[in-house]
Design a protein around this ligand. Sequence first.
Ligand code: LUZ
Ligand code: MOS
Length: 750
Amino acid sequence: MSARDPIAHVRAETCFVDDIPEPQGTLYAAVFGSPVAHGVVCVLDANAATAAPGVAAVFTAGDIPGENQVGSMVADQPLLAADRVRYVGQPLAIVVADTPTRAHQALENITLTIDKRPAVFDPRQAAENGDLIGLPRTIAMGNVDAAWSQCATIVSGRVDSGGQEHLYLETQAALAIPRPCDSMHIFSATQSPSSVQRTVARVLACPMHAIEVEVQRVGGAFGGKEDQATTWAALAALAAHRLQRPVKLVLDRHADMQMTGKRHPYTSDYRLGLDADGRFLAFQATYYQNAGAVADLSTAVLERSLFHATNSYAIANVRVTGMCCRTHLPPFTAFRGFGAPQAMVVIEAAIVAAAETLNVPAWTLQQKNLLHGGDAFPFGMRMQGDTPQRSFDAAVSRFHVRSRLADIERRNAASTFVKRGLAVMPVCFGIAFTTTMLNQAGALVHVFVDGSVSVSTAAVEIGQGVATKLRRMVATALGIDPTRIRIENTSTARVANMSPTAASSAADLNGAAVRLACGTLLQRLKTVAAGIQGVPAGQVTIRDGRVWIDDAPSPLVWDALVQAAHRQRVDLSAHAFYATPKLHYDRQREKGRPFAYHVCGTAVVEARLDALRGTASIESVEIVHDAGRSLDPLVDRGQVEGAVVQGIGWTILEELMVDPDGRLLTDTLSTYKVPDLDFSPTTIEVVFLDDTADPGAVMASKAVGEPPLMYGIGAYFAIRAAIRAVRDVPAERIRLPLTHARILQLLEGE
Ligand code: LUZ
Ligand code: MOS
């Protein structure tokens, strides 16, 4: 059974990094993080820690043989802080000991003298101070300034959305094992093995070929291990290199929550203008992204926010500006949706404000302004297909939006304390890495002489089912049973220069590469079969594990064919490479075609409010979603359901709280609430659109990982609608998450 088998996973038989049998002599690392949000390091005294029982060594910045640098997009992030610290929890030193407990105990013996400096946590404040990462970016289309005078209605307001803890089941972890001849083998829980490889080589001043990074199966990531798994792997590698012993570093949940970055909080201003018919004429917004202390992926996240500013809507005049604001918090990072949710919630807030001003149902404004095929996005690309409308219309009729709204109004009028609310949430999400060069993948397929097949790609199985999809693709391509196929661990020694498993694109990119490799193998095998059968190769197909000649089964089965090919000295291995065609983007002009295609859908979300207690729950989420021709409907359904619950968690439940000194208060599962089964909607119905085959994706399937998260935004507006059945609450100031405490405040008039 493959290590990535989903059944083994459900049985908890999956081997995470911390479950890998440790080589003899393995040591354990614990990380000493900054106790202050901003300061100049005067003295870091590790003598007592070094002398503590069981401690092998303490390493600080001075022990790094190569560059003290882990920044991926901008070189602004030391592996170990040297003279200045910029956030609470920033790694300053690691202790390596013979047991994890002793390593942790010795942390207490490190003393630090630090000169505290003023810290900034508010992105608007950082922007005012001019403390930005990169330059502000503006994407525009039409003429916004001229359009305002033609608007019959103009609404404006502010939207603040909070961060979100990834809460992957497996915490950040790495095991670094020195090998002979100055090389090292690293097991890392990462979405980006090549990033780990490259950074470790940089830190250790060695060639990348000396570092093999291997990933078996990651216990969840959600973006939190796209960039941020690298630090922990590099720290383990540093210690392993210095001590020439295997070193394991596994963050405990507490340290993980304190030290790692989360979804970016945003604070944004918007203005939306409508004509007398309710058509959106002009939209303007400014997004202040709280980037945290270093760049990490913030600039790419901001770019995706700008690309999704108008969600599923066609607006002729748009100008949106965003900036990455540097604050003294842990670096905020990739999180499922990657800046798109933060932008979509702004346009949805604007629409709700307009609907409340005009006293019309928000869904009618949404519907009137949906994108049609051929409509331009502000960044120059055009919408292909009509899935925004098709999904919207299907959701409105199938889930009876009209009659339910009328019914809700009746029931709300008849009930003093229990109020209901309903929201429709369309989503239009661009598929591809916005950083064009990342849209590439390699694959290596071996056919062994017993007929079994091994597949290596850049895809990391993080629980999203990519291994299941790849196996299905290979089975279909080669015409053999999926049980004959093993999806291998992801290793930098088998596939080089991998892009991260991210941007919902792992199955698209790696699947396309794998199918190219299978095509090469098939061609060779068909030639062999044709020779054996004495027919032209064009008449040969392989299916159900056997050779067919012109649709008639031949006696030649797969295993015999493979053995014959081997005897004839035919290469039974193939490597292939795929780069998504036709992608380009010009950052000077802010125009281009950053996406291969869009994934669209519409959700109907119903909430129930107990206005006496100030509590609310999401009763149902009903979705019409475009998955193209799904490679595995069960996997896709699971992705949609999980994303929806995670999205609802972001909008109404999960709240990060930081004290005035920049210390995370919600750093345990007792203080940071995440969705559980009880919190989840009673009903999540997912209807897949059919007939939406898209040439942009592999086998006409469509990416599914991220888009459904944004259906969760509907939860906010459904509860808001229920609250408005109790009292009028102004729409100019929207604040997420809409927690129970916040609901109570709104019910009581702040
Ligand atoms: N990561 C990235 C992503 O580097 N670029 C992207 O565009 C992206 N989009 C979604 C999630 N991760
Ligand atoms: Mo991601 S947010 O696709 O790492």
